[in-house]
Design a protein around this ligand. Structure first.
Ligand code: HSE
Length: 299
């Protein structure tokens, strides 16, 4: 028995929600073909552009996620996994999360669905631990559940879907320089001043309220991140100007996608997202930096 699964790329943090917010991009993500083997081996075959990904199941995030699931079931089942990656690793668009989520989902299906999608987050997170050193769940959760999600708590894990207006669109630019999540986590400060925390949780709550009520203006007012963005943005060439371009093109707000270097902007409607994507494209073309732009709904 063989199944083909797709898990979307994601934008994590979404402004103020470091390690807790994430959204799923429509139609962009990784595709896996997974089948059961007659023995206990886990064989991984990355194909096409990213065929140099690790094939050792202890190093490849798909293998790590499946092994975490098998451990919980106390199972020795082997799997054959073909990975077709569409999102470049190290882009800040949840590339590893997409493969981890797809692998956990596919293995669960092939084993008769012993776990719910929410329960699979736990296993997919282990793939994140393998690449970034920390099992953050803000990319794997929207990749598994779709839509806009919140990791309310890590201990115990509690993930929640947040309603959002259907006209919310995302424009993304990926300047093609690699920023490793592990590195961009290391440079963060360990402590936050109370005043800064107050502004941050104001925005976190404002964003949830804006999403749930479909108040685009409130969504826009709540997208600033006082804690992580000022530190990480220095790793992204042209960040301040790209953000300025997004805002003057009509974006509600703009911030770093995950740990970067991708930059995302939220817009009301697809036409504005296309306009922002054109502005990103022109700006990075002028800078002479290779880049890719995406326009996407949230799904
Ligand atoms: N929340 C994680 C971080 C996401 O910002 O490091 C990584 O994509």
């Amino acid at each position: 028995k063989k199944i083909k699964v797709f898990a979307p790329a994601t934008v994590a943090n979404v402004g103020p929600g470091f390690d807790i917010f994430g959204l799923a991009l429509e139609g962009i993500g990784d595709e896996l073909e997974v089948s059961l083997r007659d023995d206990s081996a886990i064989k991984i075959h990355p194909i096409e552009e990213y065929e140099n990904l690790p094939t050792d199941p202890d190093l490849n995030v798909a293998g790590v996620a499946i092994k975490a699931l098998l451990k919980e079931l106390d199972s020795q089942q082997g799997f054959e996994i073909v990975i077709r990656k569409r999102v470049m690793p190290g882009s800040g668009l949840g590339s590893s999360a997409s493969s981890s989520a797809a692998a956990a989902y596919a293995a669960n299906e092939l084993l008769g669905s012993p776990f719910s999608k929410k329960e699979l987050v736990r296993f997919a997170m282990e793939g994140e631990r393998a690449t970034s050193g920390k099992a953050h769940a803000d990319n794997v959760t929207p990749s598994l559940l779709g839509g806009f999600t919140l990791v309310r708590s890590y201990g115990p894990l509690d993930v929640v879907s947040i309603p959002y207006p259907k006209e919310l669109y995302v424009a993304v630019v990926h300047p093609q320089i690699e920023v490793k999540t592990a590195d961009s986590k290391r440079i963060l400060k360990r402590e936050v001043a109370l005043e800064m925390a107050i502004s941050q949780w104001g925005n976190v709550a404002g964003l949830v309220a804006g999403l749930a009520s479909g108040d685009f203006d409130l969504i826009g007012r709540s997208l600033e991140d006082h804690i992580v963005e000022p530190i990480r943005s220095v790793l992204i060439p042209g960040y301040a100007e790209a953000k300025h371009q997004a805002i003057v093109s009509g974006a509600l707000g703009c911030n770093i996608s995950g740990s970067g270097p991708s930059i995302f902007a939220l817009t009301e409607g697809k036409a504005t997202a296309e306009k922002v994507a054109r502005a990103f494209d022109e700006y990075y073309t002028d800078l002479g930096i290779d880049h890719k732009v995406y326009v996407s709904g949230i799904n």
